[in-house]
Design a protein around this ligand. Structure first.
Ligand code: 4AD
Ligand code: MG
Length: 430
């Protein structure tokens, strides 16, 4: 019977055939141990010389790392095996012998691994990270579905920019100019006025000349937007969502967390509500910590975010930033118009910003003023202004960077391992 490694538990004592790759092999005299993988898991195949045909024995001897084959054997329970099961091989059919697979069990440099990303994905570590990424995506869909949100897909090719014009990817749209989306937010605001609570999950492109452990050129973002929702109510949704993601991974991905060596005690502490500090308090704190050059009105860089977040074991909201370091659409604090009703959520352990969000300007006259200040009086932004003209309501939203969340939850040193094929400042291969 055809099976996968993940469902051998249903076939104990029976003979199954599984399509596999050889991850590793050991042999001693009359016995060969094949470490096999099929994408759903790992299992050890045991071949006893005296119990198989000579042809099977010799075919097994020829197998090299990453050779592909169909393996047939009897499933046995084995408490000592990592998967809990073992395969007593009866026969095998080689599909292809892989010659000189470049990624061997020895250590390789990062650039070498990145050049071989298409193969590196097969390693148990990368497999585990991609499984966790998938579970975060699934948990996102579940969370927003359960909270009454509708998923809406904003366009990727746009004529307007949400997050400023400095890092836009330009392309031609027939005779006209267009940009790859930096954020779906402006469109999600329109969608929230139609559907109330909405969210998107899609790619975002930023031509950022930053070469850091946190920046990708192409990344995936989850962007909820809520009508009749204040900044404070949005923060509550954010902390519940992030708590839910972490709890789901702890619940469903213990094996994967173990494979990548994640210290799960750190994740177990993640529970809403999260602490909040204002931008003003953060500036004072940074000055005390020895950041003498930072002044009120400066934006925070990675070292600042890390210093702030290091003081907490759970994510922390930094709220009410100066309007001038944030986007044009953020609503000013009614009591203090130089700051806006916004927050960045900084993850602990040095991971920095995972969410950026705010309440949006809903007043037509103020938005017109912002259009003047930010030079947005261009036909491509006309529709966004109209949202403030016909039944404008208080509304808020936020964006969570999927890869930043994966990096933090998995405890990875660099964002490059969080996405199958990372686009980095100097890399678009493979
Ligand atoms: O803070 P950002 O730029 O906010 C927005 O785009 C808003 N329009 C979101 C909204 O309110 N709907 O980006 C949101 C998040 C960041 O907190 C970060 O997690 C992630 O997107 N992000 C990146 N992730 C990887 N590489 C980059 N270059 C990123 N830039 C932002
Ligand atoms: Mg931000």
């Amino acid at each position: 019977m055809k099976a996968t490694i993940s469902d051998v538990k249903n076939h104990v004592g029976s003979e199954v055939t599984i399509g596999v790759w050889l991850a590793n092999k050991r042999s001693s005299g009359k016995i060969q141990f094949l470490e096999l993988r099929d994408g759903t898991g790992y299992i050890q195949g045991v071949i006893l010389k005296n119990e198989v045909s000579e042809e099977t024995w010799l075919n097994a001897k020829e197998l090299t790392q990453e050779s592909s084959l169909y393996i047939t054997g009897t499933v046995r329970e084995d408490r000592r095996a990592p998967s809990g099961f073992e395969l007593t091989v009866t026969s095998l059919k080689t599909i292809q012998i892989a010659h000189d697979y470049p990624i061997t069990p020895k250590e390789h440099g990062v650039e070498f691994l990145m050049d071989h990303r298409h193969l590196w994905l097969r390693s148990s570590r990368q497999h585990a990270i991609l499984k966790i990424r998938d579970e975060i995506i699934k948990a996102t869909y579940d969370f927003f579905y359960d909270h009454g949100f509708t998923k809406v897909d904003p366009p990727i090719l746009t004529g307007s920019s949400a997050e400023g014009t400095t890092d836009l990817f330009h392309t031609k749209y027939f005779e006209r100019d267009a940009y790859l989306s930096q954020s779906g937010q402006l469109y999600m605001e329109a969608a929230a006025m139609a559907l109330g609570k909405v969210y998107s999950f899609g790619p975002a492109f930023r031509a950022e000349k930053s070469k850091t452990r946190r920046h990708l050129i192409e990344f995936w973002m989850i962007e909820p937007e809520m009508a009749f929702c204040t900044h404070e109510e949005s923060l509550e949704i954010q902390e519940r969502y992030v708590t839910y993601l972490v709890q789901r991974i702890l619940q469903k991905c213990q094996a994967e967390l173990q494979t990548i060596g994640r210290d799960t005690t750190k994740l177990e502490k993640i529970k809403a509500p999260f602490p909040r500090i204002s931008y003003d308090q953060a500036i004072d704190f940074l000055k005390q910590e020895g950041f003498t050059d930072i002044e009120w009105g400066d934006d925070f860089g990675s070292p600042h975010e890390t210093a702030i977040a290091e003081h907490f074991d759970v994510p922390v909201f930094v709220t009410e930033y100066p309007a001038k370091v944030k986007a044009f659409y953020m609503k000013p604090d009614p009591d203090r118009e130089e700051v806006v009703l916004c927050a960045d959520l900084l993850a602990p352990e040095g991971y920095g910003e995972i969410i950026g969000g705010s309440q949006r300007i809903d007043d037509l006259e103020l938005m017109k003023k912002r259009y003047e200040q930010y030079h947005l009086n261009d036909p491509s932004y006309k529709w966004y202004l109209e949202l403030r003209q016909y039944g404008s309501v208080p509304h808020s939203g936020f964006g969570l960077g999927l890869e930043r969340a994966v990096a933090w939850i998995c405890g990875l040193d660099h964002i490059r391992e969080t996405i199958p094929f990372p686009r980095l400042l100097n890399r678009i291969y493979p």
